[in-house]
Design a protein around this ligand. Structure first.
Ligand code: ADP
Ligand code: MG
Length: 450
């Protein structure tokens, strides 16, 4: 190993060394102290008597080891090799290939099982590469035949069907070992408004024989008087072998109480959303091995989006609990809209997302929470995510929210998060012993968010 300096000052968790050979901020170095200890350079100082680097301990090859004495002065500092970095940091050796450890040619992988069982969140300001990174992860899921469903408010993921022929990005591909590719056969686009999204398969929800609970779920604000009326109407409708929302509406209209009118308006509004149909889309078509389903919500009014997302996620969760569909990763773009932090608005989809975040791991429903307003996303949901991908974020409140919920980041990370270049992410979460900087790989497919 190449020697890069000698320890001049030390504690049990960090040391300063006089630099002999060029090292840069964030380089990994190691020293011998009862086994090999891996450290990372956090700061470099230039003084009249030389250049000094400050390194912080990440961990030791000897896992059980915890340092109780400072590093000996004069100890030799070496540039860490790939094997030591991988072993101590705990970088997976295969799986979802997201990019290279910054300034190295070491590939960084995430475990697909961990993403599905322990959730992912991708946080950064707008335009810093969140959707791009999710596109990379989607490509890797498709390659493995793992089901993924993307809630796509802007219709930017349908371009997973087309190869990335961007000149600049193609130049980068060699370094990352990537080639343009398309996944036209695996990407299924669904939309409730196919007039806007012409290549999409119509998406309809099942309205046949809704249970009383299902209906209540659609009407979260119903008063107790309204619930009573609804129950009457539902019970009468149920006397038919097959009943629809319109039968329940008819039943409500027949009730002799003025309390019914508010309810009539609400149910009429739901029917007018045209989300429900007897020819509904099967959940086991949307969640299927070898399939990436893009739920394209472009052109759909926000309250309809929420209703749809809420019902769709509830159905997916139910079917997953029953074991009728395989484990799946569900991407929620614009998560601050669907599961807002308390006091930051309400969403019909909030409850099911919270349930999935806390119970999803038991049933194999993974969430990938994506947001440009980390401070506005439900904190419990974010803290349930094991893997965090953080890209450039500048708003101080958002940076604070990120630091508060991501293990391994602290106040001194704030500056780094604010200065991250586009395409570089901080990745944190088990099995990593410390957050790492990753250059996200170029997309194989066209990025639709341009
Ligand atoms: N890893 C990357 N490599 C190359 N270009 C990237 C990368 N990440 C982002 N970009 C560029 O930044 C732009 C914005 O990224 P995008 O993912 O759409 O941002 P966000 O979803 O955070 O708003 C993209 O159009 C792309 O040109
Ligand atoms: Mg985006």
């Amino acid at each position: 190993m190449e020697e890069v300096g000698e320890i001049k000052e030390s504690t049990t968790s960090s040391f300063v060394f006089r630099v002999k050979n060029g090292v840069r901020k964030f380089d990994y170095v190691c020293v011998e102290h009862d086994g090999i200890v891996l450290s990372q350079i956090w700061e470099i100082k230039q003084q009249s008597d030389g250049i000094f680097a400050e390194a912080h301990v990440i961990g030791s090859m000897n896992k059980k080891y915890m340092m109780r004495t400072p590093f000996p002065l004069g100890g030799k500092v070496y540039r860490a090799n790939e094997e030591i970095i991988k072993r101590v940091i705990g970088i997976e050796r295969e799986g979802i290939y997201i990019g290279l450890l910054k300034d190295t040619d070491m590939k960084v992988f995430l475990s697909p099982e961990s993403l599905i069982q322990k959730h992912l969140c991708v946080l950064a300001k707008s335009g810093s590469g969140k959707s791009y990174a999710i596109g990379v992860i989607a490509e890797e899921f498709i390659k493995r035949g793992l089901p993924i469903v993307i809630i796509d408010p802007h219709g930017e993921y349908v371009s997973l069907r087309r190869p990335n022929l961007d000149r600049n990005e193609m130049q980068l591909m060699k370094k990352f070992g990537i080639k343009p590719r398309s996944y036209a056969k695996n990407v299924f686009e669904y939309s409730p408004v196919c007039s806007r999204n012409r290549e999409a398969i119509p998406l309809f929800l099942d309205e046949v024989n809704l249970s009383f609970q299902d209906i209540l779920y659609l009407l979260p604000d119903a008063t107790s008087a309204q619930k009573g009326i609804l129950y009457e109407a539902w019970k009468n409708a149920r006397e038919k072998r097959i009943y629809f929302l319109k039968d329940i509406l008819q039943g409500i209209k027949e009730v002799k109480s003025s309390a019914k009118w508010g309810l009539v308006a609400k149910v009429e509004q739901i029917i007018s959303m045209e989300l429900f149909s007897p020819h509904y889309t099967l959940i086991d078509e949307i969640v299927k091995k070898g399939r990436c389903s893009v739920i394209n919500l472009r052109g759909v009014a926000p309250y309809i989006q929420e209703t749809l997302v809420s019902i769709l996620l509830t159905k997916i969760f139910e079917e997953r609990k029953n074991g009728t569909i395989p484990p799946v990763l569900i991407v929620i773009e614009e998560a601050h809209r669907y599961c807002p932090e308390r006091g930051q608005g309400k969403s019909l989809a909030g409850d099911i997302i919270k349930t999935m975040a806390s119970e999803g791991r038991k049933f194999g429903v993974g969430l990938a929470i994506v947001s440009q307003r980390p401070a506005r996303v439900d904190k419990n949901v974010i803290s349930q995510c094991n893997t965090h991908i953080i890209l450039k974020t500048t708003n101080p409140n958002d940076v604070k929210a990120i630091i508060a919920s991501v293990e391994g980041l602290n106040a001194s990370s704030a500056g780094e998060i604010q200065m991250l270049p586009i395409g570089v992410a901080i990745v944190a979460g088990l099995p990593l012993t410390a957050p790492i900087f990753v250059e996200i790989r170029p997309r194989e497919t066209l990025h639709g968010g341009k």
